[in-house]
Design a protein around this ligand. Structure first.
Ligand SMILES: NC(=O)N[C@@H](CC(=O)O)C(=O)O
Ligand SMILES: [Zn+2]
Ligand SMILES: [Zn+2]
Length: 344
């Protein structure tokens, strides 16, 4: 096979940031993707419908001339979130989902949730009104090893929340473990999981062997090889529980190459070429459209795109090492392998 055509893919977990960074990275996603779920972890976070609407306007203003890319907005859940405002923003089509960050778990999560009981009424209102919850699933307990934080979160937080709130639709964002994949697979129609591009490519060795490699540092941190293989198996399975959320998360190089480097891999630029390479390695190119184009809209109750994207196989694809922003350069994720599938 030398060409593959998919319905135009969507990105169900994306960071666009704001200001100069927003202007620089938005075209990278809009070039290939039709829609994306936009993460609300700005400083300060997007917590009200009015803020989500204003942020959506700024994203639209950053789109290249003629682009029909659709940003799907989210609210950042806090212990002070007003359920009525949230439900109204969903009814008005301003937001698509709500994001739960355990306080302290990741970039800009300080305003996240500390006491999960405090958000129970909001979660109940979301279940009643069909508003999905996107979850960064890691505990922050210092006693829990960072490589175990996802698996422990499932047992201690996610499963109890789902049992206490029947009908709540949940997306486990950026799963990184076999436990995450198993839980998502067995969770029924109300549960889905996004998988990033980079977690299909790297294991924790990428981060630590031969020197510390800050551009492979993201959260949840990459795990052992057996987990990467479990994620690949899930992604290529065609199972509607699993769909693409790149978690493309730009930080400027000085903030990554730092004694306390920021978490996040920037993959918007080369994600589709990487995914085609991965699916081809797995002998599963025919499942790429399920993962990148069909399963996500199905979970969110949206139509599959009626546009298409075609990739062609040939000489190694050339893409920039970095993109320039007014805030400084942002390194593009290096998959450490040549990519042969070019987006036409
Ligand atoms: N994934 C990351 O490593 N970083 C994300 C936050 C997140 O998605 O957890 C970011 O905003 O930089
Ligand atoms: Zn996250
Ligand atoms: Zn993210």
């Amino acid at each position: 096979m030398t060409q593959i055509t998919l319905p135009r893919p969507d990105d169900w977990h994306l960071h666009l940031r704001d200001g100069a960074m927003l202007r620089a990275v938005t075209p990278e996603t809009a070039r290939h993707f039709g829609r994306a779920i936009i993460m609300p972890n700005l400083v300060p976070p997007v917590v009200t419908g009015a803020q989500a609407s204003a942020y959506r306007d700024r994203i639209r203003a950053a789109l290249p001339e003629g682009s029909d890319f659709t940003p799907l907005m989210t609210l950042y859940l806090t212990q002070e979130t007003d359920a009525a405002d949230l439900v109204q923003a969903h009814k008005d089509g301003i937001i698509t989902s709500v994001k739960l960050y355990p306080a302290g778990a990741t970039t800009n999560s300080a305003s996240g949730v500390r006491d999960f009981d405090k958000v129970r009424p909001v979660l109940e209102a979301m279940a009643e009104n069909g508003v999905p919850l996107c979850v960064h699933g890691e505990v922050v307990d210092p006693d829990i090893d960072i490589f175990d934080r996802e698996a422990v979160f499932i047992d201690r937080v996610l499963d109890p929340i789902r049992r206490a709130t029947p009908g709540l639709r949940v997306v486990m964002e950026h799963i990184t473990t076999s436990q995450g994949a198993d839980y998502a697979r067995e969770g029924g129609d109300d549960l889905g999981a996004t998988i990033t591009t980079h977690h299909l490519v790297i294991n924790r060795n990428a981060l630590l062997v031969g020197g510390i490699k800050p551009h492979y540092y993201c959260l949840p941190v990459a795990k052992r090889e057996e987990h990467r293989l479990a994620l690949r198996k899930a992604a290529i399975s065609g199972d509607p529980s699993f769909f693409l959320g790149t978690d493309s998360a730009p930080h400027t190089d000085p903030l990554k190459e730092n004694a306390c480097g920021c978490a996040g891999c920037f993959t918007a630029t080369n994600t589709l070429s990487i995914l085609a390479e991965v699916f081809e390695q797995e002998g599963a190119l025919d499942q790429l459209s399920a993962f990148a184009s069909r399963n996500g809209p199905r979970f969110y109750g949206l139509p599959v795109s009626d546009q298409t994207v075609t990739l062609e196989k040939g000489a190694p694809v050339v893409y920039p090492d970095k993109i320039e922003t007014e805030d400084g350069p942002v390194t593009v994720f290096d998959p450490m392998m040549p990519l042969h599938w070019r987006v036409l």
